[in-house]
Design a protein around this ligand. Sequence first.
Ligand SMILES: Nc1ncnc2c1ncn2[C@@H]1O[C@H](COP(=O)(O)OP(=O)(O)OP(=O)(O)O)[C@@H](O)[C@H]1O
Length: 206
Amino acid sequence: MLHIKSVSCIKQERCLFADLNFSLKSGQIMQLAGPNGAGKTSLLRIIAGFSAPDEGEVLYQERSINKYYEEFAHDLLFIGHKTGVNIQLSAVENVRFWLRINGYSNEPDLYPILAKLGLVGLEDVPVRMLSAGQQRRVALVRLWLSDANLWVLDEPFTALDKSGVAFLQQRFTQHLNNNGAILLTTHQDLTTHFSDLQTITLEYRH
Ligand SMILES: Nc1ncnc2c1ncn2[C@@H]1O[C@H](COP(=O)(O)OP(=O)(O)OP(=O)(O)O)[C@@H](O)[C@H]1O
C-alpha cells in the first residue's frame, strides 16, 4: 500500500534520517518510535505529502504521492500532534466542518458517535471549554467517520485516559480488520496486542 523509498530529511543542517526504506501493507499497523527530536513528526509530514523529502520518494499504491496527490489525499486520514480542532466551535460544529471540507455530503447523526467517545452533554459547547483529553476525543471522532484506508496519526493517545486509549485501540483493530493501514507515533507502548505490529525506531542523529 505505502512504500517509503530512500527517504532523507535534513532540518537546520542536521540530518534527521537518511536512506530510509520501509513499506506498510493493508491490514498492518506500524509504530514509529524514537526520542524527542529524532524526526518522527517530520517523517509523518513527508509521508502525508505536507513537506518534501530532501531525497527519495513516497509511493502509495505504487504511484508517487506527489504526482497523484488528490487520489492519495482522498485515501489518507492525518491527525497531527496538534488536534486541528477549532476551539471556538462546538464538537458538532467541528465535525460538520470537517465532513464538509472533506467532501462528505451525507451527515450521519453525530450525537451517538460523540456519545461513544464520552462526549455526552458536551456536544454543543465551545471546544475551548473542554479538557485536553475531551478535545483530543473531538479530533479523534474523524476515525469513526472517515472512509480513508491509510491513517497517519501523530501521538493520538496524548491526553487520553486509560479507557480512551483502550477504546481507540479497539477502533484500530476494526480498521485493520477492514484492510486499513495505520502508521502512528507514540511514546507509550500499545496496550492491545496487534499480531501484525511493526516498529521502526528513529535514532537521534547529531
Ligand atoms: N519547521 C521546522 N523548521 C526547522 N526545524 C524543524 C522544523 N520542524 C522540526 N524541526 C526540527 O527537526 C527536528 C525533529 O523534529 P520532529 O518534530 O520531527 O521530532 P519528533 O521525533 O517528532 O519529536 P517529538 O518526540 O518531540 O515529537 C527537531 O530538532 C526540530 O527542531
